[in-house]
Design a protein around this ligand. Structure first.
Ligand code: NAD
Length: 445
């Protein structure tokens, strides 16, 4: 449990931490199991239109399918999930509709609740762009206000013709898996070819996945989570981590592949191993390193190692997987970027270059493979409680951990949840994007 939450609860320390005014984070409600059919079972949900939304039918059906209970405004009960369809808003005066809908309800949201604003994607012209951007600003501010109560608030921007692609995203952004993903703006697009059938529950049975850097930390959590949904995971990491890889694979029924992803024969070896399994559906480029130094002090080798592992190996592996069609149609590629790649960070010119480049890389790849139904996305973690962040000096760590809307650090599992969602069939409307899993960290906000 988070240290501050524990201190607040302690009969001895509680009065003292309150006296000095230390922030009081809410214990986030996380779900340890696999996806369930009725993701909103036992939760009250309201689907409201701001100016007669255009996706109401899809949103209401999605909530019904997920088992959400209709919330009655006249009851005293708190509201667990608030979904607002603002896709019909098209004029500057329509912002008033947001006020009308949210003002009476913002104070009635339950702890650990969810807010999903569904708005139009920006079209051409200043008004359309202003409407889309204004909703972005509204959502980000609302997320900061409700985050104090452990509530995650996110915005889906729906492109023309993509309303039927909302359901998977609604289940994720309104469900327990999104505990540490808040203040995000995600576009639901019509670009990527749809799979022939989209299971309501985003299970991955029969899918094959590659996770690099899977021996520990975030990669380990991703491998475990994908396997929990039924995927067969090929777990790759450096030969020195072979024992950990094998222990993981014994637990999750996966296959260990010890290799250095930067070695010249790594793409070929990966292709061979994955072809033996009939190809791969999910590729998670998680392996990453830091070699922090200021620009003036950085050695060429430190620069190059980071660029090699974090970026160039990713591009070379994808090139091989795509050239040989080892990556199957309707495949999913997810790259681990970082907040550092969005905001920049002192002493991390090499790391930030590589992580920012991945954001551009997925945006560029997405349209090229959309006709094959393949999506490319990046995930940008903020402060995640791992062995890496444990090494940070206490005060710096405490500041990094608290500077977000939820006032706490995330868990490797939170990153794994977002990756698993983006790897699922229901995420086919999302491609070329970068989603942060950072509790709406202030860095690069
Ligand atoms: P970690 O250092 O705990 O794990 C990284 C894994 O990658 C290790 O098992 C390592 O052996 C493996 N690896 C490194 N070089 C490799 C190579 N050449 N070939 C194969 N495997 C290799 O890191 P983590 O904290 O779990 O981070 C995972 C990813 O998330 C990284 O890409 C990192 O940049 C990113 N990230 C982490 C955080 C955080 O707070 N921990 C924040 C932002 C981004």
């Amino acid at each position: 449990m988070d240290t501050l939450i524990r201190l607040h609860r302690s009969p001895i320390w509680g009065p003292l931490v309150r006296l000095v005014g230390l922030p009081k984070p809410v214990e986030l409600a996380r779900h340890a199991g696999a996806y369930v059919g009725e993701a909103l079972a036992g939760r009250t949900a309201a689907v409201l239109a701001a100016k007669g939304g255009t996706c109401m039918a899809q949103l209401e059906a999605a909530v019904r399918n997920a088992g959400g209970a209709r919330w009655n405004a006249a009851d005293a009960q708190a509201l667990d999930v608030l979904i607002v369809d603002a896709t019909a808003c098209a004029a500057l005066a329509d912002f008033r509709e947001l006020y009308e809908v949210f003002h009476p309800l913002a104070g009635r949201l339950a702890r650990n609740g969810r807010v999903l604003l569904v708005g139009p994607a920006a079209g051409e012209g200043p008004v359309s762009q202003a409407v889309a951007r204004g909703m972005d600003g509204f959502l980000r501010s609302l997320a900061k206000e409700v985050g104090r109560r452990g509530i995650a608030a996110n915005l889906l921007q729906v492109e023309q013709g993509a309303a039927d692609r909302i359901e998977g995203a609604l289940r994720f952004f309104c469900g327990p898996q999104t505990a540490y993903v808040t203040g995000q703006v995600v576009r639901i697009g019509a670009m990527t070819a749809a799979p022939s059938a989209v299971p309501q529950v985003a299970a991955l049975a029969g899918k094959s996945a590659l996770v690099t850097g899977a021996a520990r930390g975030i990669g380990l959590a991703i491998a475990e989570r994908l396997a929990q949904e039924g995927a067969h995971v090929v777990a790759a990491d450096v030969p020195a981590a072979e024992a950990d890889l094998r222990a993981l694979c014994a637990r999750i029924g996966g296959s260990a592949l010890p290799l250095d992803i930067t070695s010249p024969d790594a793409p070929g070896a990966l292709c061979a191993a994955l072809r033996e399994r009939g190809g791969v559906d999910i590729v998670v480029h998680n392996a990453g390193i830091t070699r922090d130094r200021t620009m003036a002090k950085m050695e060429a080798s430190q620069w190059q190692q980071v660029l090699d592992v974090n970026l160039e190996a990713v591009a070379r592996i994808d090139e091989a997987l795509l050239a040989d069609s080892v990556l199957r149609d309707h495949g999913r590629v997810v790259c681990l970027s970082s907040i550092s790649g969005i905001a920049g960070n002192f002493g991390q010119t090499n790391y930030a270059t590589s992580k920012a480049a991945l954001i551009g890389y997925v945006a560029g790849q997405a349209p090229r493979y959309a006709a094959r139904g393949i999506t490319f996305n990046a995930v940008a973690p903020g402060f995640i409680e791992t062995a890496m962040t444990k090494k940070v000096p206490f005060m710096t760590r405490e500041i990094g951990r608290r500077l977000n809307s939820l006032l706490q650090g995330g868990q490797p599992r939170d990153v794994a949840e977002l990756v698993t969602f983006l790897a699922s069939p229901g995420a086919y409307g999302i491609s070329g994007q970068t989603v942060r899993v950072c509790g709406q960290g202030l860095m690069g906000a």
